[in-house]
Ligand binder design. Structure first.
Ligand code: SF4
Length: 445
C-alpha cells in the first residue's frame, strides 16, 4: 500500500538522494507505535458502533512476480499455490473478527482498496472467490469506490473482465516507465508492450477511472526518456496520472547494493532533478487538459475523477487494514499488522487480531495528522480545521506560514492557504515543522 514513511529532518536540505525514507505518509511517526497500545484496538472493536462514521477497507496482497530493486513493501515472490490459498483464507478469518465486532455493527465500507504487493497477481478464479467471500462477510453495497492495483504483465482480458465484474471502479496500473531497458534495470516484471495491451483491454471494458503510476528518477532515467514516458502517458489519456519521486529506503535492493559498494549517495537522480521532471510532466499534462490535484496526481476531469480512498483517509476516516503488515486506522488508533506471513496466518487462524503495533492518538496529534496530509493537496481550508478541531491554523502556525509566504511558497486566497507548484513538489520536506516537539527528531523505523 501507500505506506510511505517519514523524513528525518536532515534530509530536508540535502540535494543528493540518500538512503532513507523521504515521504510523510502518516503521523505520529511509526517509531512511536508500540506494543502497549495494541490492546486498545481490541477494546475499541468491542465498544459500541459509532454509527455513520465513514469506514473503508484495505486489503493487502503480498505477492509479486519479481521484487523491484526500489521496492520496500512487504512482498513475497516465492510462494506456491497452497501458501496463497492459506493466506486468502486467513484474511477472511480476520475480516470476520472485525465484521462480527460491535464497533462495526450496521456499518458498511464506503471505499475498498486492494493494494500490495500485486493484487492482480491473483488468478481470476481466486479473485472471484475472494471478493464473493468478502462481500458476504461485510457488504460492499455502500462502496463509492473500489480501487485495484495492477502490474500490467499480470493482466489478461479475462482477468480484467473479472476485476470489472466484482465492482472495481478505479483501476490503477503500476506502469512506472515506458522504456523496457529502464524497466529491466529497475527489476520490474512487465514490459511496455504489456502496458499497451492491458490499457486497451481496460479501456474497452469501461472502467470509470483508470490511473497510471509513473516514477520520476528510476535507475538510469534520463531527460529524454522521462519526456518520452510523459508523452506516452498523455497519448494513452488515462483519467488520472500519479507520479512519485524515487526514494531509496533502507530495505530496498538499491540500498543493499549501495552498502556493498560503500556508497552514500543512491545511484538515482538528485532531488532537484526529480522535482524538475515532475514539474515538466505536470506542465505537459496541464497543456493537455489535466488538472494537478495533489503533489502526486493530475486528473483529466476533477469534477468526475475522485480518489475517495485518499480523501477519506486523509480526513480521518476509519479503515480496517486486512492482511500481513497492513496499516489501519480505527477510532483514532493507528495500527499495523504482523509483518511475517506465517505468523500472521497462525494468529488469524485462531480468530485473534494480528496486530503488531499501535498508537492511540491524542486529539492534537489527529489535528496535525490531517493538516500535514492535506498540505499534500496543495490547499488547506482554515475553516475546515476550525469547524472540526476548533484550532486556527494561522494562529497556531503563524511563524511557519509567514516564512513560507516570505519565501514565495504560499499564497492566501480568502479562507484557503495555497502552496505554489514548487513548494507542492517538495511538500514532504516541508511538513516536519508541524510535528510536535517530541516527534521532531523521530527516526523512521
Ligand atoms: S510490483 Fe510493487 S510491490 Fe511488487 S515488488 Fe515491485 S514495487 Fe514492490
Amino acid at each position: 500500500m501507500t505506506d510511505r514513511n517519514f523524513i528525518k529532518p536532515d534530509y530536508q536540505t540535502e540535494e543528493e538522494t540518500k538512503a532513507g525514507n523521504y515521504f510523510v505518509s502518516n503521523y505520529p511517526p511509526f517509531s512511536f507505535w508500540n506494543d502497549n497500545d495494541v490492546p486498545c484496538v481490541s477494546s475499541l472493536v468491542s465498544s459500541p458502533s459509532p454509527g455513520t462514521a465513514p469506514l473503508g477497507l484495505y486489503y493487502h496482497v503480498p505477492f509479486c512476480r519479481k521484487r523491484c530493486h526500489f521496492c520496500y513493501f512487504k512482498v513475497y515472490t516465492d510462494k506456491n499455490s497452497g501458501d496463497v490459498r492459506r493466506y486468502l483464507s486467513a484474511t477472511m478469518n480476520e475480516l470476520k473478527v472485525y465484521a462480527e465486532s460491535p464497533y462495526f455493527k450496521g456499518r458498511k465500507p464506503k471505499f475498498v482498496y486492494f493494494g500490495g504487493g500485486t493484487p492482480s497477481y491473483l488468478s481470476a478464479q481466486q479473485l472471484t472467490e475472494l471478493t464473493d467471500q468478502m462481500k458476504s462477510i461485510l457488504s460492499w453495497e455502500e462502496a463509492e469506490e473500489v480501487t485495484f492495483e495492477c502490474e500490467p504483465g499480470t493482466l489478461s482480458e479475462k482477468k480484467l473482465e473479472t476485476i470489472k465484474g466484482f465492482g472495481v471502479t478505479r483501476l490503477s496500473l503500476g506502469v512506472e516507465n515506458f522504456n523496457d531497458h529502464i524497466l529491466e534495470t529497475n527489476g520490474r516484471a512487465h514490459r511496455s508492450k504489456e502496458v499497451f495491451r492491458a490499457y486497451e483491454f481496460a479501456r474497452g471494458l469501461g472502467f470509470d477511472n483508470i490511473n497510471i503510476d509513473l516514477i520520476s528518477g528510476m535507475l538510469e532515467e534520463t531527460d529524454e526518456n522521462w519526456s518520452d514516458s510523459v508523452d506516452q502517458v498523455i497519448e494513452l489519456s488515462p483519467d488520472c496520472v500519479t507520479i512519485y519521486q524515487m526514494e531509496v529506503p533502507f530495505n530496498t535492493g538499491i540500498f543493499k547494493k549501495m552498502k556493498e559498494e560503500g556508497k552514500l549517495n543512491a545511484p538515482v537522480a538528485d532531488w532537484p532533478t526529480k522535482r524538475r521532471w515532475v514539474k515538466e510532466a505536470y506542465a505537459k499534462l496541464e497543456a493537455s487538459g489535466y488538472t494537478v490535484t495533489s503533489a502526486y496526481t493530475a486528473v483529466k476531469n476533477p469534477k468526475t475523477t475522485k480518489f475517495i480512498y485518499r480523501d477519506r483517509l486523509w480526513a480521518g476516516a476509519d479503515m480496517i487494514g486486512l492482511g500481513v503488515s497492513s496499516f489501519g486506522h480505527l477510532g483514532g488508533i493507528h495500527y499495523q499488522n504482523i509483518t511475517h506471513i506465517d505468523n500472521y496466518c497462525d494468529i488469524v487462524e485462531s480468530n485473534k487480531l494480528p496486530i503488531r503495533r499501535a498508537l492511540m492518538t491524542k486529539e492534537d496529534e489527529r489535528f496535525i495528522r490531517e493538516l500535514i496530509l492535506q498540505w499534500k493537496l496543495g490547499r488547506v481550508s482554515q475553516k475546515t480545521f476550525i469547524d472540526k478541531f476548533g484550532i486556527s491554523i494561522s494562529e497556531r502556525f503563524s511563524s511557519i506560514l509567514l516564512e513560507w509566504e516570505k519565501k514565495g511558497d504560499l499564497t492566501i486566497n480568502g479562507d484557503e492557504f495555497l502552496l505554489t507548484r514548487d513548494a507542492l513538489l517538495r511538500v514532504d520536506s516541508l511538513l516536519h515543522g508541524f510535528f510536535l516537539p517530541e516527534h521532531q527528531d523521530a527516526r523512521y523505523v
